[in-house]
Design a protein around this ligand. Structure first.
Ligand SMILES: [Fe+2]
Ligand SMILES: [Fe+2]
Length: 282
């Protein structure tokens, strides 16, 4: 991709995504820290904020994996630098809210929160999981913001919800581009659908930190939010793969049909991907 770029400013999406990010950006000083209503801060609320904070600590490890995997991607890696900054502000704001309520978090807590399980070697899969995780995080913060009464936490989580939704659009942009530039875009689309299926079929295989957080908050979020998240995921994933997924429960059927069509097509017209795989095997 890099070799084809003649004009980085006009050819890379990073520069326009940066403008969108700057317009949407909130500052730590925009939060009305002096007006935390301590009468509304309960031990249960503290525990919930600690759970969410812990789930936000993986950005460093995730960024390191992304930077390694996409080291030749001059567009995505620049966007990632901004993502790292914005994501670091999320646990920052929550940690400050906790500190102002007398709760300390240790260095060990921070280090433990950075642990991630390497999941995949596929660029498309890695990006797709992040589209999904940002949608999940956005909805989780929105639901939290709507359900909590403490005004400062309400404001923080509303801000974070907007960040996460914007991030999902950024990751979606890079997933779409990665698919388009792949040797075999249809093959990459099967990966997109498979990733969504893996997520939606149940959560037992997923180690992604955001999903872990949602698992821990399931009781608070409730079925309606979970249903809404699943619907949004299939709608966005369907658009990425160029297929219609009417209901989340149909993801497997859609994925298997897509894969079967892909294989049938490959038999008649061997793809560049297949050619490359064959060449690599020789
Ligand atoms: Fe976040
Ligand atoms: Fe995010």
């Amino acid at each position: 991709m890099t070799a084809q770029v003649r004009d980085i400013f006009n050819d890379l999406s990073y520069y326009s995504l940066f403008d969108v990010a700057e317009k949407a950006r909130w500052l730590m000083r925009d939060v009305d820290w002096e007006h935390i209503d301590k009468s509304m801060v309960t031990p249960a609320l503290i525990e919930m904020v600690k759970t969410i904070t812990f789930g936000e600590l993986t950005t460093y490890s995730a960024t390191r994996s992304f930077m390694e995997m996409f080291e030749d991607d001059i567009d995505f890696t620049q966007w990632l630098a901004v993502w790292l900054y914005e994501e670091t502000k999320h646990p920052h704001a929550l940690t400050k809210w906790l500190a102002m309520n007398g709760v300390q978090l240790s260095g060990q807590y921070l280090m433990e929160g950075r642990t991630i399980t390497p999941m995949t070697k596929s660029r498309t899969e890695m990006l797709t999981f992040n589209v999904i995780s940002e949608i999940v995080a956005g909805n989780m913060y929105l639901a939290t913001s709507e359900s909590v009464s403490e005004p400062v936490l309400k404001d923080i989580t509303a801000k974070l919800a907007k960040d996460e939704m914007r991030h999902s659009v950024g990751f979606e942009n890079y997933t779409r581009r990665t698919i388009a530039e792949a040797a075999d875009p249809d093959y990459e689309k099967t990966i997109v659908l498979r990733s969504a299926w893996v997520f939606l079929q149940g959560d037992q295989f997923i180690n992604h930190p955001v999903f872990e957080t949602v698992r821990n908050l399931n009781a608070i979020l409730g079925d309606t939010v979970i249903k809404k998240i699943r619907k949004q995921i299939v709608s966005r994933i369907g658009k990425l793969a160029g297929v219609d997924i009417p209901e989340p429960e149909q993801i497997y059927a859609v994925y298997s049909q897509f894969k079967a069509d892909y294989r049938a097509k490959r038999k008649t017209t061997p793809s560049k991907h297949a050619d490359m795989a064959a060449a690599a095997a020789m």
